[in-house]
Design a protein. Sequence first.
Length: 253
Amino acid sequence: MTQSTGLEKKDRLAAFMGSFKLSAVVVASAREARGPCLQLCGVPGTPGHRIVLRMSGGNPPPPDLCVTVAIDFDNATNPLMAAIPDEVTVLLEHAHALRLTAGAFWQEVGGERCGRAAALDRLAEVMVLMVLRQVIEQGASQPGLFAALAHPSLHRAVVSMHDEPARPWSIDQLADSAAMSRTQFMATFRRVVGMTPMAYLGAWRLILARRHLEAGLSVKAAARRVGFNSVEGFSRSFSRSFGYPPVMAKQAG
């Protein structure tokens, strides 16, 4: 059981939604979903009615599968997608808001109203977000991103880094945002996330920089956008992390 810190929670998904494009498309069969997918299973209104988030579309579909939604959340570069467990199941009887959204989705599935395809895809995107909320709220048994986002106080420091990557964060500032002492913060961060706060911040900055380069920013502009004062230092860190220089990421974009 987690304890409240008395501090307001931050939006733990906002930075990912702002930096990575989410799309969800209803497909005719499970075979068409080659990557992450959302599967609606069971009979609506029954205890077994559930939504299954699968990160690999190649697994055999559940026997009571009804609808499959293919998910693209910039899968190759989004750290959120890499951190999601291989399979997440949410029973709709235990998730009120998600059950209502799924109900609206089912009405569109069985109807022929104008804009049906667009409505299905938008509702599917909302269901993906709601399942991600469930994953965060359930916590994680292994160190990593979801464990950090689920932590009642540490998530504030992690979200602060996500939201303001270019800010010259110090350990003391991050510890203050989590309402922890410096020593407690450092020990808790390493245990929950699996690395130091500065290592995590550096990795997040490089991920965002790669997005900026692919979007057309110059190497210098991308470096400054995420908080690097030295282009040379940025290039070295980028090449060490990804195995190729930032100019190649810009060309690929």
